[in-house]
Design a protein around this ligand. Structure first.
Ligand SMILES: [Zn+2]
Ligand SMILES: [Zn+2]
Length: 281
């Protein structure tokens, strides 16, 4: 396996952004006693070795949500922590090789990363639940997990309270990815927008795509755009294709599907059923 596909950037002391060919980011936080890897990419290269080049501390892996480009590399670690609301088997399904292979970007292909790089069976990876408010104590550094169901139902933001760093995954990104598979309705993101801004006030923001950097002002702008979209579309529409508002722009826009703007009774029923099976087995 090509081991050198992760580009490493030290974004703060003992804090690294691992960039998987410009496709997605995960973050390694080193404390005095433990290290925490937030997200684990598609796992198209030897992520474990890339992490081990940076630290030999005991390692915990936790993901912001279970999309394949954030949890897919989990097979390299044996056990990962995932938000409780996404521990249902149907969320594991989206990490099957076939789906992770679909997430390969053209940029990765240009760098010689092919379907063969996407390996490892999800079946061998144990998923342990993360509850809202869980604290990861790394020794001299604590990281709190806060549930923010905005991008996906279990979406979790990790707050390094010691260093005022917030890791958002896809909860907010320059191209807000509300058009992706099993993203929540756009109105769910709107409902969390002000809370997300309040929660991360005073924090440097790091996200799951692009160069990782995210400006609060862009989230405020996106919240305005989302409100304009919802005002212009008072109900779900038939169109299932992704739309970018106000236009596609890697520096800032909102991706959504007109068919997935508001909760439907069908989805509510599914959510209830899934929760029951998570809580009662
Ligand atoms: Zn996602
Ligand atoms: Zn993503």
């Amino acid at each position: 396996m090509n081991t050198d596909i992760y580009t490493v950037e030290e974004i703060a002391p003992g804090t690294f952004r691992l960039d998987e060919c410009g496709r997605d980011n995960c973050y390694l936080l080193c404390g005095e006693e433990r290290a925490l890897l937030i997200d684990c990419s598609l796992g198209a290269g030897d992520l474990l070795r890339a992490v081990r080049r940076l630290t030999d501390l005991p390692l915990t892996v936790a993901v912001t949500h279970t999309h394949g480009d954030h949890a897919g590399g989990g097979y390299q670690f044996g056990t990962i922590h995932v938000p409780r609301a996404e521990t249902h088997d149907s969320f594991r399904g989206q990490n099957l090789r076939v789906f992770r292979r679909m997430l390969l970007s053209n940029r990765m292909k240009r760098q010689g990363i092919t379907k063969k790089n996407i390996r490892g069976s999800i079946r061998k990876t144990a998923w342990l639940p993360i509850d809202d408010g869980a604290v990861f104590d790394l020794g001299g550094r604590t990281v709190r997990a806060v549930s923010v169901p905005a991008h996906t139902i279990g979406g979790t933001v990790f707050l390094d309270e010691t260093n005022r760093l917030a890791f958002l995954g896809d909860t907010a990104c320059p191209v807000l990815p509300m058009h992706t598979y099993r993203a929540l309705p756009l109105s769910a993101w709107e409902a969390q927008g002000d809370r997300l801004l309040a929660l991360t006030d005073g924090y440097a923001l790091w996200c799951g795509h692009g160069d990782g950097r995210l400006d609060r002002a862009l989230i405020e702008k996106q919240l305005g755009w989302v409100r304009e979209i919802l005002a212009a579309h008072p109900a779900n529409e038939a169109e299932r294709k992704a739309v970018f508002y106000p236009a596609f722009d890697p520096a800032g826009c909102v991706g959504f599907r007109p068919a997935n703007l508001y909760e439907t009774d069908k989805r509510k029923g599914w959510v209830k059923e899934t929760w029951n099976s998570i809580l009662h087995g």
